[in-house]
Design a binder for this molecule. Structure first.
Ligand SMILES: [Zn+2]
Length: 652
């Protein structure tokens, strides 16, 4: 497979300096219309889909051939088979839910209620708040308990509160959805209506006490460490000893309360909201969480709201894709182990190691040459860069799933068993030293990440494929695509949030005051630039929410371009391929990874909920700050994309 930059995949009727995204991707967008089951479809999503087909073959193999009892392949096969067995699912109806529904009915007092919330948390049924373990932000070697806001059925707290027409529409459609779901459970019209209103009331109160997405991006605001006694004082109505007992966790260490005000409100609500209303709320949490694994009527109604209304998708994804996703979250590393054996060539890892090494050297160069940063801060930045840990392909040691029970009796039961197993596995880490070998994405995931607390960049096997990574393509293309992704993840250690952590992953200021001010001034250029983008009608992009990603895109491009120049000076590739120079191919390869078609509803949803900018702006946004881009395509001052030097952002 080789990259294809030609009249079929590009739009040569557009000047590169007018709209580079359209110029580079116009043909691709025309040839790859939106499928009915997607809110967005781009080269990224296409790779995801190709990848899903590989995983599907694995699941089919596991489910249709004889597997050793208790082996991973038996578990994978049985899980997939129960998910695909719609006949059995229809026959069982709401039977698999009965026990939990009875548990809700049996709640007689606040202690019962709290016990049941803990029990729901054990099964991964999102209710009221989140409890989980993660490293202490100021002592990154240790796992502590984390408490965070939660309990909403809508995907952003603003939908309950904001007065804009989209939020209001989503809110009223949500109320209809709630009512329909209660009706499906067998309640009369009237009962369903009352219950829906109760849920809306409870969730709106939680929403009012919740932080916005922007507030949650501030790691200082969400760092409020308390011991058990202090936590108990914050929420006297919530018996934390009881909670810990119910989740089977013997823990007396610290708790980070990400949103103390939210928990203050939960405490107040436990005093004020009548038990009958809590029961309606719990029923909704149960049915919402179980719906994808229940009969078709529940699946369809769930999709009608979360798929159609929120993302604008006309059609639900085929069943195999949905069951595959559930399989991945249930048995991720078991599937991943089989996946890399079949689909990950060792050469890919070797090539990546070299690329990452060159990217690190390039970033080192760039930091040393930064005109705006003092030597003191530079020294610390270089130490942090040097300390970044790199993971490529798959974990050194895969998880052991042998004690997880998966059979062919019930899909929902399998899902719950797996959730319980995975949650218990993660909880057992609380109060212990951080396991730095752990991965937060499975090898079959088409994505990559930076973890500020581990100060590491991670590239799962599945992203190391075209159009990100080509084993046989010219350097220009690999630096333009996967190289920029590597640089992007590295830059996350130095974006508006990542820069607040030191080389050991602790929230700790290593910047001089002046350098911090310089950084803010420089990144404000990006905030203003993205705020000025009109994504649809009168709706603007959110420059503050997407700032970290935009800094990383610009940094990634600059760093990878520098690395590419270095590689090229040792081994000059000057010949044009398909009529494009190496520099041009670098930028075209970058643009291609963000080629996408997207629905209006999905544009609006992502602009509200997603920290990443839309494809068009991930391309045109950062490129205008790069003189190398103008030079590569001979773009002159008169061109619409041209930005005078004084308006360009120079950050990393
Ligand atoms: Zn990112």
């Amino acid at each position: 497979v080789l990259p294809d930059f030609n009249a079929q995949t590009m739009d040569l009727s557009v000047q590169p300096g007018n709209n580079f995204y359209q110029y580079a991707n116009g043909g691709w967008m025309k040839n790859n219309p939106l499928p009915d089951d997607a809110g967005r479809y781009g080269t990224f999503d296409k790779l995801r889909e190709d990848n899903q087909k590989k995983v599907k073959n694995l699941l089919l193999e596991a489910s249709t051939s004889q597997q050793e009892n208790g082996s991973s392949m038996q578990q994978i096969g049985a899980f997939y088979a129960t998910g695909m067995d719609t006949l059995q699912i229809e026959q069982q109806g709401l039977q698999p839910l009965q026990e939990e529904l009875q548990n809700i009915k049996d709640v007689k007092n606040s202690a019962d209620l709290q016990k049941l919330i803990a029990h729901f948390h054990n099964k991964g049924i999102a209710t009221l708040f989140h409890f989980y373990g993660s490293p202490d932000k100021k002592n990154s070697e240790w796992m502590i308990a984390q408490l965070a806001q939660g309990g909403l059925g809508l995907t952003d707290r603003d939908y309950y509160l904001a007065k804009d027409s989209r939020s209001q529409k989503i809110k009223s459609e949500y109320l209809i959805h709630l009512k329909k779901m209660f009706a499906l459970m067998g309640y009369s019209e009237e009962e369903a209506q009352t219950k829906a209103e109760v849920v809306m009331k409870v969730e709106t109160r939680l929403a009012q006490a919740s932080m916005t997405r922007l507030q949650r991006r501030d790691p200082h605001k969400t760092y409020n460490k308390k011991n058990l006694e202090e936590l108990q004082k914050l929420t006297p109505q919530l018996d934390w000893n009881l909670y810990l007992k119910e989740i089977h966790l013997d823990y007396r260490g610290d708790f980070n309360v990400a949103q103390p005000e939210f928990f203050g409100e939960v405490n107040q609500m436990l005093k004020e909201v009548p038990l009958s209303e809590w029961k309606d709320y719990l029923q909704w949490k149960l049915i919402r969480s179980a719906a994808p694994y229940l009969p078709k009527a529940f699946v369809d109604q769930s999709f009608a709201f979360y798929g159609k209304i929120l993302s604008g998708n006309p059609k639900i994804k085929p069943r195999w894709k949905r069951v595959l996703e559930a399989s991945n979250s249930a048995l991720g590393e078991a599937i991943g182990k089989e996946f890399v054996q079949r689909h990950f060539p060792p050469e890919a890892k070797t090539r990546m190691v070299t690329l990452v090494h060159n990217l690190r050297l390039a970033m080192k160069d760039r930091i040393q040459n930064l005109a705006w940063m003092s030597e003191t801060t530079k020294e610390k930045a270089l130490e942090k860069l040097q300390a970044i840990n790199v993971k490529i392909g798959y974990p050194e040691k895969f998880r052991d799933y042998s004690s997880l029970e998966i059979d062919r009796k019930s899909y929902l039961e399998n899902v719950w068993n797996a959730k319980q197993f995975n949650i218990a596995y993660k909880r057992a880490k609380i109060g212990k030293k951080v396991d730095k070998s752990e991965w937060f994405m499975t090898p079959q995931t088409v994505n990559a990440y930076y973890s500020p607390q581990n100060n590491e960049i991670v590239f799962p096997a599945a992203i190391l494929q075209p159009p990100f990574f080509y084993l046989d393509a010219d350097d220009a293309v690999n630096y333009g695509a996967i190289g920029v992704v590597i640089g992007h993840e590295m830059t996350h250690g130095f974006d508006d949030k990542g820069r607040l952590y030191d080389k050991n992953g602790n929230l700790n200021t290593w910047w001089t005051k002046e350098d911090g001010e310089q950084f803010n001034e420089r990144t404000q250029v990006l905030v203003d630039q993205y705020n000025s983008f009109i994504v649809l009608d009168t709706v603007h992009a959110n420059g503050k929410l997407s700032l970290g990603e935009n800094i990383a895109d610009l940094g990634g491009l600059n760093i990878s371009y520098t690395a590419f120049q270095k590689a090229n000076s040792q081994n000059p590739g000057t010949e044009t391929i398909d009529g494009f120079t190496p520099d041009q191919r670098f930028f075209l390869a970058y643009a291609r990874i963000w080629a996408q078609n997207i629905r209006d509803a999905e544009i609006l949803r992502r602009t509200k909920e997603d920290v990443h900018s839309l494809g068009k702006y991930r391309v045109n946004g950062p490129l205008v700050h790069m003189p190398e881009f103008y030079k590569a395509f001979g773009i002159q001052e008169q061109a619409p994309m041209f930005k005078p030097q004084k308006d360009r952002a120079i950050i990393w």
